[in-house]
Design a protein around this ligand. Structure first.
Ligand SMILES: [Zn+2]
Ligand SMILES: [Zn+2]
Length: 417
């Protein structure tokens, strides 16, 4: 069974298997932000251009996003899909999370970033407002998948080829500041981003001192968490360009904004594009982080030269995000799952796209994600960081401006505030 079909088109669902029950999540006060974001005029139609006019589901509204459909997938699968060999002795590095940045000199204003693998990002935004001498953080966890497979079943579908760098128990028991997440973020509902077992474990913290985090998701995805017993007030569900201020107990507060991404959604045969997909931006005490989620950049046809590719229309969202919400101190931008280009370019960035998005969103530092854990596409699993380096050089980025990290590694990123 091919990976993509296993991931996106299985009729199985976990949801019906579990009884509904209520969980108490830490109470977060959700308010309108002091500086709401005004969506660009293009998105201010009624309904907005990314909502289907009949009210059911969503669509991509840009010329850069011509989806290739099932026929395009079958063609690409037949003619352009040859899995590069997976050498068990040459896999991306994994270290078990100790949550400590490599550098001993960590500034009080530094953002701490730990890569969990694939799109799983653990981000600690530094808090001055805590009033305490010891470091305090608002902790954000995006798209965590710690299961063996990203699939409706743990028996079939894409299995991880690198180990998980942590567990929910280890996170709950860590004595490092801010490891347990305050905010759990989901860019969309594909299995490699929204994993039932991982979510279930986080919503039932193994340590009594930890509370389930507040959940931030896109339109239509809250129902998934309601069915797991999460109360409405513990979920913030947003449309593109919606912003909220999330005020956590104590003094921590973060402005979140849901921003467009060029992708799609679905967990079964009948729910394609019924729920929304997005990236998110976070602003906490003047420091800014952008999580791009899962996204493409342009639509490249089979056999196109590099020049023809560069002449294709690009997704305008990244420039809009940069103009309205940037610059960002740190961004997590996908760089993997891009072959065959003729099929994947619409929904997944290749490094040549990622470096352009990095510039357009006005990111000071970016980390390449969406590679290293699950094999979804045929490219060599070590290829994305190699191409990233080449493309970063080609467009003249500084050497450490757009990097990849070891799975499980923590780094401190200085901010300019
Ligand atoms: Zn996806
Ligand atoms: Zn994905």
């Amino acid at each position: 069974m091919n990976n993509l079909l296993a991931r996106h088109h299985s009729p199985l669902t976990h949801l019906a298997k579990f009884a509904r029950r209520t969980m108490s999540t830490r109470s977060v006060q959700v308010t309108q932000p002091a500086r709401p974001v005004q969506a660009p005029a293009f998105y201010q139609t009624k309904p907005p251009p990314h909502h289907n006019p009949n009210g059911a589901g969503f669509r991509l509204p840009w010329p850069s996003a011509t989806l290739n459909g099932l026929l395009g997938f079958l063609k690409a699968r037949m003619f352009d899909w040859e899995d590069a060999p997976l050498d068990p002795n040459n896999l991306p590095d994994v270290s078990q999370c100790d949550w400590k940045p490599q550098s001993s000199a960590v500034g009080a204003d530094d953002i701490l970033f730990t890569w969990i693998g694939h799109a799983g990002c653990h981000v600690r935004m530094p808090l001055k407002s805590s009033g305490s001498d010891s470091p305090a953080y608002l902790s954000i966890l995006t798209d965590p998948v710690l299961s063996k497979r990203c699939s409706p079943s743990q028996y079939i579908g894409p299995a991880r080829y690198t180990d998980t760098p942590t567990s929910i128990t280890a996170m709950a028991e860590s004595e490092e500041a801010g490891v347990w997440p305050d905010l759990l973020v989901f860019s969309h509902n594909h299995y490699d981003h929204l994993d039932y077992d991982t979510v279930k474990a986080i919503l039932n913290p193994p340590s009594p001192s930890k509370s389930p985090p507040h959940i931030l998701c896109t339109l239509g995805v809250a129902a998934f968490f309601h069915s797991m017993g999460v109360k409405k007030e513990n979920i913030t569900e947003l449309d593109w360009w919606d912003s909220r201020q999330l005020n956590f107990p104590g003094s921590a507060s973060v402005q979140v904004t849901c921003v467009p991404a060029q992708h799609f959604s679905g967990r079964g045969l009948l729910d394609r594009n019924k729920t929304l997909w997005a990236g998110f931006t976070f602003e906490c005490e003047g420091k800014k982080f952008y999580f791009a989620g899962d996204t493409g950049y342009r639509n490249v046809s089979r056999g196109m030269t590099r020049e023809q590719e560069d002449a294709q229309p690009c997704c305008p969202a990244f420039k809009e995000i940069g103009d309205l919400l940037g610059p960002f101190d740190l961004s997590a931008i996908p760089i993997g799952a891009y072959l065959p280009r003729s099929f994947m370019s619409t929904i997944h960035m290749a490094p040549r796209d990622s470096v352009r998005a990095h510039k357009e969103v006005k990111s000071k530092k970016s980390i390449g994600i969406h590679w290293g854990s699950f094999r979804l596409t045929p490219e060599d699993v070590n290829e994305p960081p190699k191409h990233l380096k080449e493309e970063a050089e080609r467009i003249g980025l500084a050497e450490d401006e757009f990097i990849v990290m070891k799975i499980g590694e923590t780094r401190a990123f200085p901010t300019s505030v």
